[in-house]
Design a protein around this ligand. Structure first.
Ligand code: TRP
Ligand code: ZN
Length: 875
């Protein structure tokens, strides 16, 4: 990077000067040099902005322009301009045809954007701006065209040739090559284009849509993985049915393809009728995938399928509107999972993730609104804020309008905008018009960054039988937004009587900075269950007394708040103890003091057979070290680690008998099934094992070794390995060696093995991570490997990453710099942990800032990494 990257601003949007009606692409596939011919049928945009001249400007990067012709006349070199970012030429009139020929090198493409090779197959990734690495094109989502794609390739190495839409023609060519022609009847932006060619196995099924259309469903995987596609296929069929039933949305083509590839920057991609997946989110069988893997496969398959409407049929006008499709689609996949599994358990999982990923983002140097105002590199804005906070915004609309009102809004949205590229405002307008409501204030959630903090206070007036609840909100400044407005949010409230009975359940609308809500006919001082179901995505500053939290843990009819009360109690205990630990020179047990009341409440949860097992497992998990770090300033990773472990040890010790019972009672002889109930049983048993081992009693480490040896499924195997992972026990090395011997050839499974070792709290972890970099299965070219070894070290091992001597930062910074030359998109994502320096003590902060300086001093730093590192350094 020579100059500072350009900042793109939302307010600078202008409509495209030229539109493209039809695109015809011809690929001559070759690993080293692929030839791409593109024929574009262009028309001047009838609503083009004033001042738009007749200059045509196409995006294009990192490829060779072979030739360009307009209306069949080849242009001379003085008739066009080509530079590092694109191609410009003069339009001959209002409608014309352009032919462009380019060459790209798939095998040299380590960025995994555009056309690249994964294992032996060719594949593409075009969102957000990868298409411009294949051919020169107006690579922006508001230019939508129909695509006809011809693929020519070697018959032996590429028997399978796929693109979007329907197969129109195929046949043989000279020289052991063959071809296929694909036609997609739906106009789409370039980011939804996809091509796959390779020697892949196919698993096939069918789905009959509600109107009777018979759809062929195909999942393509590497040979040998055919027996790992059942769950993804089943998830796909359930998603298709759910979208018909809940949203009235039907699939619109006769064919739906999914391809699983090993090398992929993100989770998966919703290319029209040709979804491409990171293999880890497709492949599963009981002995290779955990319950959590099954859960993720189900939700990501659903997510990508749902994009067919929320993203593809109606797409984004520009990338600032990304949450239009992502926030809505995440909300849709969360609700799908809630309907397929347990609703409260799903909500707990989604909230825990929001708090672990999005809240820290919103409180740090990279904070940005759900609809950002500017960016340098759009790939950096596929964030927890755009996805998950965006989903919370849609959820609040759903709460406000009710299920029926929400559905009316959705119907109007798809009716009005089908086939268009639109904005978040268009979405909100459809919701408003369909329900005759004004969402002006709610829409501030799109533009205002930062997590609001709420305080509340209840006053009971016995004479008037009245309970008055005063609620206030405040949002701290974020970079570029010093002043914050009051937001509109629905707060679900429950009032409970002394006997545990519910007196009131009501959702109030908070719109002011401070507001009072009055509840009449209340006969006693109630206990407040605040923000039930996490109806608003906020922090709650008000501390409820411990006895009220215990009461809510046992009595709240809102399962989410039962869990939340346990989390709050545990958090309060640990935060107090962390402060104490810092004063008492590192005696964690002394710092904790008497925690009997808390553990008694945990016992009640563990033994409450009315609660589902998955819920109990979640409710027994203490808030994580990362979460606790967020609540402390400066955060002391060592203190947090020691205190949390000490509390785990005490729980394990005091509830040893109960956990041992739980462990044995929840053993199962039945064959593994991935359903939510069986998964819940395994989760509860794993939680029990974890606490038993945490008690320090050596017999339980042996129990974990036995569980590892006898496991007949990956969930139990990993649960055992995860607890052994932190121990100094011969069983640990034995199990890791066994795992490697069993799964060494299986790249998806080996990610777990790398990840575990990176997350170990053992003292030799950093040395081990360094060694593992030269393991034959490890490569910096594969994003999953990088994330599981290097990413996990920084993101899931705070104690070692933040080692005071700076060794963690130093190792990590070297890797970021190295990775930037291979894959800037992944390098930029991994940079975020260094940006948290303001959360730490001066010594650590100085080292983290120095690390960022070192990143920024890298010659030829990518735009991706530059944006994250410079913003992180500045704040
Ligand atoms: N649109 C994809 C999704 O959310 C995300 C995605 C896949 C992506 N690959 C990408 C985003 C590459 C940016 C770059 O389903
Ligand atoms: Zn998505």
């Amino acid at each position: 990077m020579s100059a500072q990257p350009q900042v793109i601003r939302r307010e600078d949007y202008t409509a495209p000067a030229f539109l493209i009606d039809k695109v015809e692409l011809v690929f001559d596939l070759d690993r080293d040099v692929t030839n791409v011919k593109s024929r574009l049928f262009i028309i001047a945009n009838p609503v083009r902005g004033t001042g738009a001249g007749n200059e045509v400007s196409f995006d294009g990067e990192d490829m060779k322009l072979v030739s360009i012709a307009i209306d069949d006349r080849k242009l001379g070199v003085d008739e066009y301009n080509v530079d590092k970012t694109g191609l410009t030429f003069t339009a001959p009139g209002e409608t014309f045809v352009v032919d462009i020929e380019t060459q790209v090198s798939p095998v040299a493409n380590t960025r995994l954007e555009g056309l690249y090779v994964s294992q032996s197959a060719f594949c593409t990734q075009c969102e957000a701006e990868g298409f411009r690495r294949i051919t020169y094109f107006p690579d922006r989502p508001d230019v939508m065209a129909t695509f006809t794609v011809t693929i020519n390739a070697d018959k032996a190495t590429c028997p399978v040739l796929l693109s979007n839409g329907n197969l129109a023609k195929s046949g043989d060519l000279d020289g052991n090559r063959h071809f296929a022609v694909w036609e997609d009847p739906f106009p789409k932006p370039s980011y939804l284009f996809a091509l796959v060619a390779g020697d892949l196995a196919c698993v096939e099924d069918r789905f009959k849509t509600v109107s009777g259309r018979d759809v062929a469903l195909r999942i393509f995987v590497e040979h040998g993985n055919e027996d790992r596609c059942d769950y993804a296929m089943d998830s796909l069929k359930r998603s298709m049915k759910w979208d018909e039933e809940v949203y009235g949305l039907e699939y619109d083509l006769d064919l739906f393809n999914i391809v699983a590839v090993s090398d992929f920057n993100m989770g998966a991609m919703e290319n029209k009728s040709l979804n491409i997946f990171n293999a880890k989110y497709i492949l599963a069988k009981p002995d290779t995938a955990t319950d959590m893997d099954y859960e993720l496969i189900e939700s990501i398959v659903a997510h990508e399928y749902f994009h067919n409407w929320s993203g593809n049929r109606v797409t984004c006008r520009d990338w600032f509107q990304l949450s239009l499709k992502e926030g809505l689609t995440v909300f849709r996949d969360q609700e799908f999972s809630a309907d397929q599994r347990s609703r409260p358990v799903q909500r707990i999982k989604d909230v825990a993730q929001l708090r672990a990923r999005q809240f820290p983002e919103d409180g740090g140097p990279l904070a940005h609104p759900v609809r950002p105002d500017s960016y340098m590199e759009i790939n950096n804005f596929y964030t927890a804020t755009v996805y998950e906070k965006g989903a919370e915004l849609i959820r609040m609309m759903h709460t406000l309008l009710g299920a029926d009102g929400y559905r009316k809004g959705i119907d109007l949205y798809f009716d009005r905008h089908d086939g268009q590229a639109v904005t978040c405002d268009d979405f909100a307008k459809a919701m408003e018009d369909a329900n005759d409501v004004d969402l002006t204030q709610l829409k501030r959630w799109y533009s205002q960054a930062g997590t609001p903090s709420l305080s509340w206070k209840g006053d009971y007036y016995a004479d008037a039988k009245q309970f008055r609840l005063t609620v206030s909100q405040k949002t701290a400044p974020t970079p570029g937004q010093p002043d914050k407005f009051a937001l509109h949010m629905p707060i679900a409230i429950g009032l409970l009587g002394k006997d545990g009975k519910e007196l009131v359940s009501r959702t109030v609308q908070l719109t002011e900075n401070e507001q009072e809500f009055v509840f009449d006919n209340i006969n006693e001082t109630p206990v407040v269950s605040f923000n039930r179901g996490f109806s608003a995505p906020v922090n709650i500053a008000t501390q409820q007394p411990h006895d009220e939290l215990v009461f809510l843990m046992g009595n709240d009819s809102d399962a989410f708040n039962r869990w939340e009360s346990a989390q709050k109690y545990a958090t309060a205990l640990m935060l107090t103890a962390i402060e104490e630990y810092e004063k008492n020179d590192g005696d964690a047990d002394g710092a904790l003091g008497d925690v009997t009341d808390f553990i008694t409440a945990m016992r009640a949860t563990l033994q409450n057979a009315d609660l589902d097992k998955a819920f109990r497992a979640d409710a027994l998990v203490l808030p994580g070290e990362e979460f606790l770090s967020e609540q402390r300033k400066p955060a002391n990773p060592e203190a947090i680690h020691q205190v949390r472990n000490a509390l785990r040890k005490q729980i394990g010790t005091m509830l040893k008998a109960e956990f041992a019972d739980t462990y044995h009672q929840n053993a199962s002889n039945a064959a593994f099934t991935p359903d939510a109930q069986s998964a819940g049983q395994r989760a509860l048993r794993a939680t029990a094992l974890g606490y038993l081992v945490a008690s320090g009693d050596a017999q339980f480490a042996d129990l974990a070794v036995a569980q590892y040896r006898n496991a007949d499924n990956m969930t139990d195997r990993m649960a055992a390995l995860a607890v052994l992972n932190h121990l100094d026990h011969p069983g640990r090395a034995e199990a890791l060696a066994d795992f490697e011997a069993r799964f060494g050839k299986d790249t998806v499974v080996m990610d777990k093995w790398f990840g575990l070792q990176a997350m170990s709290s053992r003292d030799d972890t950093l040395a081990r991570v360094k060694d593992l970099m030269s393991h034959p299965s490890f490569t910096m070219r594969n994003p999953n490997k990088v994330r599981s070894l290097i990413g996990a070290f920084a993101m899931a091992n705070p104690r070692h990453f933040h080692a005071v001597d700076g060794s963690g930062y130093e190792f990590y910074t070297d890797r970021l710099i190295e990775l930037d030359d291979v894959n800037p998109q992944v390098a930029a994502r991994l940079c975020a942990p260094l940006g948290k320096w303001a959360k730490y003590d001066d010594e650590r902060a100085a080292k983290m800032k120095a690390a960022l300086d070192r990143v920024l001093a890298k010659p030829e730093i990518s735009r991706d990494l530059y944006e994250i590192a410079s913003k992180s350094r500045a704040a």
